[in-house]
Design a protein around this ligand. Structure first.
Ligand code: HEM
Ligand code: HEM
Length: 144
């Protein structure tokens, strides 16, 4: 179970980062082509948000069952930068990023038809992406 969820979380991370980057690019190009923000544009943002929420669900399960998650919270963990990353910094920063994505999407949904919708998705998703990239455990990702 642990290995399965961990591998899924690890693979979905690739999909998620790709989907967010593609969404930001598509919407930026579309905006500069002076196309109004319409339903298909919202779908592009929705794909990013759904991928993010599935990753949240997997992450929360992982946090409970992994030996590197909640079970590893202790004073000694705080002194070890890699253990602290997995048990604390990664989960907190990712949840913050997921909140930003959800807020950006919700704002875009309310502003369909206007340029505000483009700004909502591109700004919130870009900040979320930067936060995610800052707290991925690169040392171990895809190394077994
Ligand atoms: C721990 C798991 C999850 C939490 C805490 C969570 C939380 C949320 C929150 C707070 C919203 C915003 C509600 C709003 O303001 O309208 C939302 C919307 C949404 N979530 Fe999740 N979610 C989770 C898992 C999932 C999963 C697994 C999926 C898809 C497979 C998903 C798909 C969606 C969709 C499609 C919407 C927005 C629909 C819309 O407004 O158009 N979520 N979720
Ligand atoms: C949504 C953005 C997220 C991304 C892009 C992401 C990405 C990753 C990646 C790439 C790894 C390394 C996997 C490997 O070892 O190959 C990882 C591990 C981990 N993630 Fe996430 N994650 C996200 C959200 C979360 C959330 C919300 C939580 C918990 C609340 C979480 C908990 C964990 C834990 C505990 C590990 C360590 C698993 C272990 O080594 O035992 N992640 N994550």
């Amino acid at each position: 179970m642990y290995e399965f969820i961990k591998t899924s979380h690890s693979h979905l991370a690739w999909v998620l980062l790709a989907v967010l980057i593609v969404a930001i690019l598509i919407l930026t190009i579309s905006r500069f082509s002076k196309k109004p923000f319409s339903a298909p544009h919202l779908k592009v943002a929705l794909v990013g948000m759904i991928a993010t929420h599935i990753q949240l669900l997997l992450g929360l399960i992982l946090y409970v069952i992994s030996p590197n998650g909640i079970k590893n919270l202790s004073g000694a963990t705080m002194k070890d930068s890699f253990a602290r990353l997995l048990a604390l910094e990664h989960p907190i920063m990712m949840i913050l990023a997921i909140v930003l994505i959800t807020v950006g999407y919700a704002k875009a949904k309310k502003a369909v038809g206007t340029d505000k919708a483009y700004s909502a998705v591109t700004i919130y998703y870009t900040i979320a992406l930067i936060l995610m990239l800052s707290r991925i455990p690169w040392q171990v990702w895809m190394k077994g």
